[in-house]
Design a binder for this molecule. Sequence first.
Ligand SMILES: Nc1ncnc2c1ncn2[C@@H]1O[C@H](COP(=O)(O)OP(=O)(O)OP(=O)(O)O)[C@@H](O)[C@H]1O
Ligand SMILES: [Mg+2]
Length: 303
Amino acid sequence: MTTQPPVLSIDGLHVRFRLRDAVVHAVTDLALTLHRGELLAVVGESGCGKSVLAHAVLDLLPANATVTGTVCFGPHNSPVRDLRGRHVGLIPQSPATALTPVRTGRTLLAETLKVHGRPATDADRVAAEAGLDPDDLARYPFELSGGMAQRLATALALAPDPAVLIADEPTAGLDRLLVDHTLDLLRRRCDNGSAVLLITHDLAAAERVADTVAVMYASRIVEHRPAAELFAAPAHPYTAGLLDALPGRAFRPIPGHPPMLTALPAGCPFAPRCAHTDDACTVQPATADGAACHHPLTRAGAR
Ligand SMILES: Nc1ncnc2c1ncn2[C@@H]1O[C@H](COP(=O)(O)OP(=O)(O)OP(=O)(O)O)[C@@H](O)[C@H]1O
Ligand SMILES: [Mg+2]
């Protein structure tokens, strides 16, 4: 892992949503640290809590959420409300619905640049950097394709040049060339001293650009290690299952389904789907050497 100072530290983070007759445990006891120059990929199946984590970090959760734990930015532990934009930016998942519909892309981008003390004339350059043809800035968000809206959202997040960028599925709906363009852009930002938390379903993308990878399962981080180590020798059976499901590997899906977040088991939440489950797994495993598992694969050697 990098020796750069942390720009984002999350500790003991829990997020609960109150529903009429249940409580959703969307993020449980989560700790992560992001350093200057680091690209951290957060991966995991749909519904495991990745976007809720992003919104909790940015203090953007709705009123039915209860959040506990700490989120600190930079060395000064500044409140996130003062830091949104220039210090920490978000490329939201499903940007088409997040973009203000009554302003053109150019107006949205010019306003964001102005708020952050940059000339509106930078709009074309920032759009092009995000892979968006500057001519498309004349359109309203509802006139954009999903992929164009994605790139406009990326341009809007890049405009303040934030020290920390949280990118929630920034390559969804893009074709291969634009996926690579966006990934290279994120990688370059880190190489220039920013930090990126990249939420993605695309494990190949994570393998290509991430320094570190955090694997989420049923609201918890179950493995968090340097990317090269994790892809070469996953320690958690869930991570191994995700990798085995890839077309370029065994192409074998993980059997079963994740547990409901309204009814999480007391022990390891992956136990019902895991080939290595025994009595020890009825107790929630502590995290050791980057993996929360009673029977980690790398410590026991290849199983
Ligand atoms: N406002 C809310 N009220 C109640 N439950 C919510 C709310 N927002 C999210 N959830 C629940 O929190 C859980 C985690 O959702 P989240 O959007 O973080 O998943 P995700 O990992 O980002 O999935 P995907 O990969 O599909 O984007 C889900 O069970 C979701 O239904
Ligand atoms: Mg999501």
